[in-house]
Design a protein around this ligand. Structure first.
Ligand code: MV4
Length: 449
């Protein structure tokens, strides 16, 4: 096992990784920017090293500075958290070249699954359901026209290197197809340095369903069942839950098993999430694979009792997974609300500044993953999530009630947060009955305005 892990991240996920390391008897060193010099999580690290100024491009994204810090601190591994360099294959390669373990997949597995076209090809082979569309990337306009005709409009043009909604175009009919291909390719080329695009059947009304998996890096993988992340706004998830409500258990098990097969086939080591859309007939279509630990991993931890960050560390150290598939069971229901310092009444404007009041809730089945406290000044440089409120209860209805009371007791000020918005979302019939789709939050917000 590792002696010392460098954490190449900040905020709540840095704190989450510190907790996992300490429980495993591993010491920690945090790198931070000058804007984060007073970050409360740094108090819990064994050591912290400043690697540059506030802008992430000059600190949390600087591979050279992070590697130097790891060498100075004699860290034997690096945990990248999520965002920043977590899905950067070059970073994973540099770590390997410097003989520092990257706590995540090999650069090869990361690149294979990170590229949407090669991921989809692999998924087809593994029996993971995918959208009908082009076999690979588009290299012939006539073939593109034919495929779009076959699957039927509307279709969606996506960038192979894209993700999170960037570089996508929905096309209603043949007249718009060529322009969409060209503009998507151009946008992808500028944004990712890779202009390859592909076509899929477009599904307008869907739920977001994702499977948590952990691969052992040697062809084996388990799944930890699924999360529903249908409640989103502009590709930012607001509420996540596990297990997914109102899904046929047999269909659910098949798609979870297919996700684990894909991760095993990629010789993937560590935590990965296989994302799907689910249509009204409960048919599933893979979207993409996230090759990192995700923000919403705690809901899966609550229903399975498995510490996902500790499993990541074990696999990266060459140890076997602590559980086999038949030992993994779903217990109860968990919901997470992302608490952002944003003003929902002002187009979700980020709220930087001093937190004067921070009174988190507690009680049975209530978990708060946050780096914030009273007296902490939220810097303007990074994302606005200041914590995650997670509840666990025997049933979904009980979890909703527990979340409602926990939100009522969560006091943060003077800045605006998303707490009030969450209370109103949980009261909506769409959420209460899980009769929702990926557009429901935006439609409801537009209705209110
Ligand atoms: C889709 C889709 C409909 N049909 N693909 C958005 C982000 C990226 N991960 C893929 N995305 C979508 N791909 C097909 N074939 C609709 C979306 C989509 C979406 C997906 C999940 C959650 C929220 C979303 C919001 C808008 C569009």
């Amino acid at each position: 096992m590792f002696d010392r892990i460098l954490i190449a991240n900040r905020g709540e996920i840095a704190l989450r990784v510190i907790r996992a390391c300490r429980e495993l008897g591993i010491s920690t060193v945090c790198v931070h920017s000058t804007a984060d010099a007073d970050g409360p999580w740094l108090e819990w690290a064994d050591e912290s090293i400043c690697i540059g100024p506030g802008p992430a491009a000059d600190s949390y994204l600087r591979i050279d500075r992070i590697i130097s810090a790891a060498e100075c601190a004699k860290a034997d591994a690096i945990h990248p958290g999520y965002g920043f360099l977590a899905e950067n294959a070059e970073f994973a390669t540099v770590c390997r070249d410097c003989e520092i373990a990257f706590i995540g997949p090999s650069p090869e597995a990361m690149a294979l699954l990170g590229d949407k076209v090669s991921c989809k090809r692999m998924a087809r082979k593994a029996g993971t359901p995918v959208f009908p569309g082009t076999e690979g990337e588009i290299d012939d306009p006539e073939e593109a026209r034919q495929v779009a005709e076959e699957v039927g409009y509307p279709v969606i043009v996506k960038a192979s290197a894209g993700g999170g909604g960037r570089g996508m175009r929905v096309v209603e009919n043949e007249a718009g197809l060529m322009d969409a291909i060209e503009s998507a390719a151009q946008e992808a080329s500028a944004a990712f340095g890779n202009g390859s695009v592909y076509i899929e059947k477009y599904l307008a009304k869907a739920r977001h369903f994702e499977v948590q998996t952990i691969g052992d890096g040697q062809g084996g993988a388990v799944h930890l069942f699924e999360r529903d992340c249908t409640s989103q706004r502009r590709h930012q998830k607001l509420i996540e839950e596990a297990p997914a409500p109102n899904v046929d258990r047999a269909k659910r098990d098949l798609v979870c098993e297919s996700a684990a097969r894909l991760i095993g086939a990629a010789n993937y080591g560590g935590a990965a999430t296989v994302e799907f859309l689910m249509d009204e007939h409960q048919d599933f279509y893979m979207l993409e694979v996230n090759t990192r630990v995700q923000v919403e991993h705690p809901v899966t931890e609550m229903i399975t009792g498995i510490d996902i960050v500790q499993e990541q560390i074990r696999v990266a150290a060459g140890e076997p997974l602590s559980v086999s598939q038949d030992q993994i069971k779903v217990n109860g229901h968990a919901i997470e609300c992302r608490i952002n310092a944003e003003d929902p009444d002002r187009n979700f404007m980020p709220q930087a500044g001093l937190i004067e009041t921070f009174d988190p809730p507690g009680g049975l089945g209530v978990r708060v993953d946050s780096h914030a406290r009273a007296g902490y000044r939220i810097p303007p440089n990074y994302d606005s999530m200041i914590g995650k409120l997670i509840v666990h209860a025997p049933t979904r209805d009980q979890a909703i009630a527990r979340m409602q009371e926990a939100l009522r007791q969560f006091r943060i000020g003077p800045m605006k947060t998303t707490i009030g918005l969450h209370r109103r979302m949980l009261d909506r019939p769409e959420f209460k009955t899980a009769n929702f789709d990926i557009k429901w939050v935006e439609n409801w917000l537009a209705e209110q305005a």
